[in-house]
Design a protein around this ligand. Structure first.
Ligand code: NAD
Length: 469
């Protein structure tokens, strides 16, 4: 597969160099992606700036109509897009289909939001009004775990607020995003969405580029800090949606059998490679053994395999460095005295498969508890009092999501309100929607994506005195 092209100014453009894309279910390269040059980034930024000059003046209904056409074009290509996503990302085809559908929904959903603004009050010079003014060119940098949905939710917010974009997918999963770039080029004004694949250096060129006004970034906390440091040189605006180490607090008044399958799915979804997956379970001592056994039983039942195999629920880890990291974290858990209830090893087959792994007996201070594992391994930690549960859930530099599971809603709510996380669920964990702001406290990010808060973060605020209407 070599027919992947960059999209610049509405044209499909080849690159001088290419890099291999690996199928994580085999560990073998299956396609070549174009490696955009710095000069091609310049062309893309210029094309975006030209498109912005027109797009910014379109009224909201015209923008909405164009975005809905783009979303419909994605839906019309759903099956080939899902197959390509499974091939490059590894996720089961059924899950890839959902991701494609959600990506289209994000575009239509953001297009439907009204950014607001208008008359505020009377002032000494007459009426005072507030407008949300587009910023210009937004550089969108996406990760490999849910490439389409994450890239498209940033693109959707940027466009809905009146900006043009240059999109860079992860070098591990560039292909389905390049295909979306082609669809954008066919359905939206030329240059409004430019799609360039390349390595991490392309991301750095974007963060340093004087023609880019804002960087919208989803990825790891370590890279997010580099993006923010680079952006500070020109005070480029940034939205950073970063890593998490979500705790699920399970209280002793819950029905373990009822929650175990749901809790397991919330942790192992996308083989644990989801920012808002449950990454630590804190369970009250009287039911800790029963819950750990129930989760281990779920892990043993889980159908792990290649994304195209029938009935597969969980695919491989997406790439070799992440596979090595997750196995190293499991080794550290063993070395720290953790008990591996089930799993704890790679599967004996090609590709980056790791058996779903449940670990007990660890404390804070081990990598599996303190770091974001981002893979199919889950620590079960036991606590005594509600107070201890909140303290330990919050004792992390991350603050993306958290949940409380309890048969007593008042007790659950009291704990939930004390959790330092951008999203808190009761008796569930995970999920996002275009109308709900999503993001993190602390080192899980800066700003919020989606919802009105997200949309408005792609605009400057201009207050005008003496202007009515
Ligand atoms: P990553 O940080 O390694 O890479 C993300 C993107 O940044 C890639 O496109 C990469 O090429 C680019 N990049 C790398 N170095 C760069 C630099 N110096 N300047 C600019 N761009 C650079 O992240 P990843 O491993 O692809 O993704 C996994 C991480 O993403 C996890 O930590 C996960 O929690 C996080 N994530 C967060 C959310 C959220 O909404 N908060 C959602 C999904 C994933």
């Amino acid at each position: 597969m070599t027919n992947f092209l960059l999209s610049i100014g509405g044209e499909a453009v080849p690159a001088a160099a290419h890099f291999p894309v690996i199928d994580p279910a085999t560990g073998e390269p299956f396609a070549l992606a174009p490696d955009a040059s710095e000069a091609q980034l310049d062309l893309a930024v210029t094309a975006a700036r030209n498109a912005f000059a027109i797009w910014r003046h379109l009224d909201a209904p015209a923008r909405t109509a164009a975005m809905v056409t783009f979303a419909d074009a994605i839906r019309a290509q759903a099956e080939p897009l899902a197959e390509l996503l499974t091939r490059e990302q590894g996720k089961p085809l059924s899950v890839a289909r959902r991701e494609v559908a959600f990506a289209a929904d994000r575009i239509a959903g953001m297009a439907a939001l009204d950014i607001g603004g208008g008359y505020l009050r009377e002032g000494p010079l007459g009426p005072v009004r507030l407008d949300y003014v587009p910023m210009g060119v937004v550089g969108v940098i996406a990760p490999w775990n849910a490439p389409l949905i994450l890239a498209m939710q940033m693109v959707a917010q940027a466009l809905a607020a009146g900006n043009a974009v240059v999109v860079k997918p992860s070098p591990f999963t560039p292909l389905s995003t390049l295909r979306l770039g082609e669809l954008a080029a066919r359905t939206l004004p030329p240059g409004l969405v430019n799609t360039l694949s390349g390595g991490n250096d392309l991301g750095q060129w974007m963060t340093n580029h004087p023609g880019i006004d804002k960087i919208a970034f989803v990825g790891s906390t370590a890279t997010g800090k580099k993006v923010m440091a680079a952006a500070s040189a020109s005070l480029k605006r940034v939205s950073l949606e970063l890593g998490g180490n979500d705790a699920a607090i399970v209280l002793d008044d819950i029905d373990v059998t009822e929650i175990a399958p749901r809790l397991f799915a919330s942790a192992f979804i996308n083989s644990g490679q989801i920012c808002m997956a449950v990454k630590r379970v804190l369970v009250q001592a009287p039911i800790a053994g029963a819950l750990a056994d129930a989760l281990a039983a779920e892990a043993q039942k889980a159908r792990v395999g290649g994304g195209f195999e029938p009935d597969v629920e969980y695919g491989p880890v997406q790439n070799r460095p992440q596979f090595d990291k997750v196995l190293a974290i499991i080794e550290d858990a063993r070395a720290q005295g953790g008990t591996i209830l089930t799993g704890g090893h790679a599967l004996n087959r090609p590709g980056y498969f790791i058996a779903p792994t449940i670990v007990t007996g660890l404390r804070e201070g081990s990598r599996l508890v303190d770091e974001e594992q981002f893979g199919p391994v889950l620590p079960i930690l036991s606590f005594d009092s509600d107070e201890e549960a909140v303290t330990r859930a919050n004792a992390t530099r991350f603050g993306l999501g958290a949940s409380v599971w309890s048969g007593n809603r008042a007790r659950a709510e009291a704990l939930a309100k004390r959790l330092e996380a951008g999203t808190v669920w009761i008796n569930g964990h995970g999920g996002a929607a275009p109308d709900l702001p999503f993001g993190g406290f602390k080192e899980s990010g800066i700003g919020r994506g989606m919802g009105l808060a997200g949309l408005r973060s792609y605009a400057e605020i201009r207050v005008m005195h003496g202007v009515g209407g």
